[in-house]
Each structure stands twice: as structure tokens, then as C-alpha cells.
Design a protein around this ligand. Structure first.
Ligand code: RAM
Length: 355
């Protein structure tokens, strides 16, 4: 469990919950097939009347999503929602979340927490949900700011980019061709990180000998990501490194590299789940990568949703609310709430983390 320094002593219980809730969420999504799924996870009310929160992740069947939603469910119970549930598409395509939002509007759900697959495509549906009285919490991947009340962001977006450019530069010795293997082409979060990476590569003299030669999209689909990694190596024989700012992409790319002639020769970094990346760190395919604690993202999103629906905050700059054992959070400019710092994982520390 990763800790925010100021909250260190207080996060133990959340940490022990992560593994349990992640397993439960995995079990739920494993039962789903077809193009849409839902899981009702009603929990007893702790004073929230009949208030309901529904999480709509980018997609189900993504281990990252499962960890986020484990934290979200725990947060929902502690914050006092009468029930929490997860619904969402199996693919992270731009408009795939619209029908789920509409169903929540019909159901009179108090809080819709959404990781947007596209910043614009969800806006009309979210506007209708808000007209019907729902509060909208974006988490992980933002909507256009005027389509939601608040955005729970894992880490300052620019810092997510900077850590990855630094890691790839270190791993390729500061020069050579690199590529980015991202999630979907519309993903708000990945696109913002990539924008900052490109700016940094272009403006920081330390990176003047690094050349970004390709950006490809694995759509947060394991098979497509694996094939894109393979394609990159064929198209760019001089490639020295790959940044994959998505847990699905980095795991698939690591799997491809680990049994190829490029293992240990072509560097791979980005954002990964320690539990998925552990074998590839141990076998020498990957040296270092980064992430934050996904459970904390869902946990804070639930408390933000409760504060909004109770009228305690509006999402305005300077608003504060208490996120359970993670303590007080402040809303920054643009309705932004930052959850925690990124952590870098490598062979020395990876066994300390279980998510
Ligand atoms: C994938 C998703 C998610 C992102 C992580 C890092 O699981 O694209 O949105 O935050 O990677």
C-alpha cells in the first residue's frame, strides 16, 4: 500500500482492504460477458438515507479498474452511501459509456462517478443526469470540466509525464529513438500526459538526443497492445525504448518483450500495476516503472461524491472535505482534487506492494 506521507499512520486499513475488494471486483467482472455489465454491491447505510453512487469506469475487465473500484466501494460504505454499484462497457470506446449514464439518470442515482473514455462524448448524457439532480465526479480520466462537478486526479498530470520521460531517458542512456504505446486515442488522461511528455522532450536540453518516432494505441486491450508492441519493433528497428502510460499497455508490451530478442535491450517503462509487472521486473525485461495507489483514487471519489450530494461542497476552488482515513482534501482550480504522489517501482521495492 502506498502512503501519502502526511497520512502514513492512517492508511493501514485501506491497504488491507485493497486485495480483498480487488478480488471481489474481479470475480464480479469475470461473470460478465457481452458488451455491457453491471454489479450491484448494495451496502448497509451509515446515515446516508437511500443515497446511491454508481461508478462508471472506462471499461470493466481491467485489473487497474478493479483496484480503483475496490477503494471506491470501501469509500462509499464509509462515507455513508446506502448503496454503491459498478456499471460500464467492456471496451473503452468513446461513446460506450453513454447508455450507462442514461440508465443512471433514469434510476435517480445521486452520484455518478465516471472515468471518461472521451472528454466530450459523455457530456450531453452527463448534462441530463445533472438536470435530474445527480452530482458528477470524474475520476482517473476527466470529462470536459464543465460537464462534471469535480475531478479526482491521481497525481498532478505534468508530474505523471515527467516521471516517465525521466525514467526512459535514464534507461536508454539519454539518447536514441523511443515510442509511446498508449491506451485509446481519445483517452483524456493519457492524452494529457503525452502532451506534457512531448513538450518536455522538445524543451528540456537533457532530452535533446531522444527522438520520439511513433505513438501507437493498444486501446487498453491486451491483445491489441501486444500486437502494437510487436509492430513497433518491426517498424522501428533502431528503437531503444518504449513508454506505455497505461497499465494494460505496459503489461502486454512487457509480455511481448520478455520472450523476444529485444528483452533487456529495448527499455520499457510507463505506468503499471506492481502485481502485473513483478515477473517482468524479476526477469530483467523492465527496470523501473511508476504508478500511484489506484484504490485511493476510488476511495477519495466516494467521499467527494458524498460531500457534493450532501451540499457540503460544490466543487469550487478552496472547498475542502474529509476523505475518511486519507484525511482532508482541498479542491484546486478547475475543480481538481489531487490524490497522491507517484511511486517508482523496481526490483528493490516491488515486493512491498500488493496491488
Ligand atoms: C489503464 C487505464 C487508466 C490509467 C492507467 C494508468 O489501466 O488507461 O485510465 O489511469 O492505465
Amino acid at each position: 500500500m502506498m502512503l501519502n506521507r502526511k497520512n502514513k499512520g492512517r492508511t493501514g486499513r485501506l491497504g488491507s482492504m485493497v486485495a480483498i475488494t480487488a478480488v471481489a471486483a474481479l470475480a464480479l467482472t469475470a461473470c460478465n460477458s457481452g458488451s455491457a455489465s453491471s454489479s450491484d454491491t448494495s451496502t448497509p447505510s451509515a446515515g446516508g438515507g437511500d443515497q446511491k453512487i454508481t461508478f462508471i469506469p472506462k471499461q470493466l475487465n481491467n485489473p487497474y479498474t478493479d483496484v480503483v473500484l475496490g477503494g471506491g466501494k470501501k469509500g462509499a460504505t464509509e462515507a455513508g452511501f446506502a448503496s454503491s454499484q459498478v456499471v460500464g462497457p467492456l471496451e473503452a470506446s468513446a461513446s460506450s459509456q453513454v447508455s450507462f449514464i442514461n440508465a443512471e439518470t433514469q434510476a435517480g442515482t445521486n452520484v455518478i462517478a465516471i472515468a471518461a473514455n472521451d472528454p466530450d462524448a459523455v457530456c450531453t448524457a452527463l448534462g441530463e443526469a445533472r438536470s435530474a439532480g445527480a452530482k458528477i465526479v470524474a475520476f482517473d480520466s476527466d470529462t470536459k470540466p464543465d460537464c462534471r462537478d469535480i475531478f479526482i486526479s491521481q497525481v498532478v498530470a505534468k508530474d505523471v509525464a515527467l516521471i516517465q520521460t525521466k525514467l526512459i531517458s535514464e534507461q536508454i542512456g539519454g539518447s536514441g529513438e523511443i515510442a509511446i504505446l498508449s491506451a485509446t486515442a481519445n483517452a483524456t488522461n493519457q492524452n494529457e500526459w503525452i502532451k506534457y511528455m512531448e513538450e518536455e522532450l522538445a524543451s528540456n536540453p537533457a532530452y535533446k538526443d531522444i527522438k520520439l518516432v511513433a505513438k501507437v494505441y493498444g486501446d487498453d486491450n491486451d491483445t491489441k497492445s501486444f500486437q502494437e508492441a510487436q509492430g513497433l519493433m518491426q517498424a522501428h528497428p533502431n528503437l531503444k525504448g518504449i513508454i506505455s502510460p497505461t497499465t494494460v499497455g505496459i503489461a502486454a508490451t512487457a509480455r511481448y518483450l520478455s520472450t523476444s530478442a529485444y528483452k533487456g535491450k529495448v527499455a520499457l517503462t510507463g505506468l503499471g500495476l506492481p502485481n502485473e509487472m513483478r515477473p517482468f521486473v524479476k526477469d530483467g525485461t523492465v527496470k523501473e516503472f511508476a504508478l500511484w495507489d489506484p484504490a485511493q483514487l476510488g476511495y477519495v471519489a466516494s467521499f467527494a461524491g458524498k460531500a457534493l450530494t450532501d451540499g457540503k461542497i460544490t466543487g469550487a476552488e478552496g472547498d475542502t472535505f474529509t476523505a475518511g482515513e486519507l484525511g482532508e482534501r482541498k479542491v484546486e482550480k478547475g475543480g481538481l482534487v489531487i490524490v497522491g504522489p507517484p511511486t517508482v517501482f523496481n526490483a528493490e521495492n516491488i515486493d512491498k506492494y500488493n496491488f
